[in-house]
Design a protein around this ligand. Structure first.
Ligand code: ACO
Length: 436
């Protein structure tokens, strides 16, 4: 796992910050795509000031060589490779290696990594019994997070990463087991027996087998289904410092192990403003379909009701069409066509998109479809139940979380500890209970 990329090509540049009681010169850092940042690491110690950036929209929390996004132009690249090329030519396992190791794998590397994934697909018997402790209606995201964390109890040898081979082994275990845990959670939630992984199947086919096979009745995924799921996982594999990845890095910065850190990532992803949005989109489209509300009226409501959002639209970084949404829109069309599925939700989604892209409210705020707008429709076509949508996102995002955790580990990054602007009471004194 080598080092690439330059940083600070114009390392001499400085910004001057004028303060009410003085000024300070701050170094300017320049990334390999000319993104500029003001380095404020000495600001507090030299001036007493901190910066305030609610939601971190202007804060670079790390230096990273993994993923590049240009939100204004709608560009996404993993390790320099455009997402469009990877989506068309690559497979998820290859992309996982690319993200974690930094380079596309050679044939022998890909083969041995795939074998490592196959060897590590099964869960320890002790771990399997943990599923019995969950209620039948437990949410699969809760089970996923809990079970990933529990994995650390069964693989203590991976709690201290020593070298690259150790990291690759831990990565393979996690990537492989997360798929088994997800499928077992689903089987548990529908009261069906678990289906063990099949050593002859590819990554995605094996997952679909564990989800949908019955005892003595093997589910063989059609090629179109396998391709669509592989694409979906590939498109979700990383997205630089989003909420869940930042969570993984933050937890990892305390020295927490890979399992604990990625389990926290699953929890962050669960929220409807993040990975949970794919489910929220489908629920929204279903409600529109069932209620028969005219789309124009629905869009007006979204614009005026502060508690309502057009789910699957808008993004903190993309102020243009999310390139993943563009790919998924075409995939949704092709998939439904090949499977002969008529899904009214796809037509509603496309109609909404057409209308809002010409609406001033959305134009002014630069709100475009994000990755979640079409992914739920694709997952429904693959027969993935709604409560598993965000779980699939988590399986896809795992390589990115691992890559970020590992990068930070190699950088020997400092523990993450933001400051705050305290807005509470100044000192006050304790009042005994009987005097309050
Ligand atoms: N529908 C309607 N209005 C919206 C939407 C939306 N989906 N998103 C943003 N806006 C409006 C806000 O109301 C706000 O308007 P105002 O300036 O009049 O107050 C303005 O656009 C800016 O919105 P913020 O919330 O400040 O934007 P932020 O960058 O913080 O939020 C987010 C980004 C959370 C993704 C937001 O666009 C949203 O809630 N989208 C819907 C949920 C969603 O699809 N999430 C998935 C994101 S992709 C991912 O995580 C994988």
């Amino acid at each position: 796992m080598g080092k690439r990329a330059k940083t600070d090509p114009e390392g001499g540049m400085k910004a001057i910050l004028k303060l009410p009681d003085g000024k300070i010169e701050l170094p300017i850092l320049v990334g390999s795509e000319n993104e500029r940042a003001i380095d404020i690491t000495q600001l507090r110690s030299e001036t007493g000031y901190i910066t305030y950036d609610n939601g971190y929209g202007n804060t670079g929390s790390c230096r990273s060589e993994i993923t590049y996004i240009d939100g204004e132009q709608g560009i996404l690249r993993y390790r320099g490779y455009p997402i469009e090329e990877l989506a068309e030519k690559s497979r998820f396992v290859e992309v996982a290696w690319l993200l974690i190791s930094g380079e596309l794998p050679t044939k022998p590397q890909l083969q041995s990594f795939s074998e490592l994934l196959t060897r590590n697909a099964a869960l320890h018997e002790g771990l399997r019994h943990h599923f019995e402790g969950f209620p039948p209606d437990a949410h699969p995201m809760a089970m996923l997070s809990a079970m990933i964390n529990a994995c650390s109890c069964y693989h203590p040898e991976l709690l201290e990463m020593e070298d690259e081979s150790h990291v690759l082994e831990g990565s393979a275990k996690l990537l492989s087991k997360v798929r088994t845990i997800a499928a077992f959670s689903y089987r548990k939630s529908i009261g069906r027996p678990i289906i063990h992984p099949h050593p002859k199947l590819s990554y995605t086919r094996n997952f679909l087998h564990m989800m949908f096979s019955q005892p003595f009745e093997l589910y063989e995924a059609p090629d179109v289904v396998d391709r669509a799921l592989t694409l979906l996982l590939t498109l979700h594999a990383d997205h630089e410092q989003n909420c869940s990845t930042s969570t993984v890095r933050m937890v990892g910065s305390s020295g927490a192990n890979l399992f604990a850190s990625t389990a926290a990532g699953v929890c962050a992803l669960w929220g409807p403003l993040h990975g949970g949005a794919n489910l929220a989109v489908v629920n929204m489209l279903r409600k529109i379909n069932e209620s028969g509300i005219p789309l124009k009226e629905f869009i007006e409501k979204v614009k005026t009701d502060p508690n309502l959002r057009l789910m699957g639209f808008g993004h903190r970084v993309y102020k243009n069409y999310d390139p993943r949404a563009q790919i998924l829109k075409k995939t949704a069309d092709r998939l439904l066509n090949e499977l002969g599925i008529q899904n009214p939700l796809l037509n509603i989604a496309k109609e909404i998109e057409g209308m809002v892209l010409e609406d001033d409210y959305f134009i002014e705020r630069k709100l475009f479809p994000n990755v979640d707008f079409y992914s739920g429709i694709i997952l429904s076509a693959l027969n993935i139940p709604a409560n598993m949508f965000t779980v699939i996102f988590a399986i896809g995002r795992m390589p990115g979380w691992i890559a970020n955790w590992y990068e930070q580990f190699c950088q020997k990054a400092k523990i993450v500890r933001p400051r705050q602007i305290y807005t509470g009471y100044a000192t006050r004194h304790y009042i005994p209970l009987d005097q309050r």
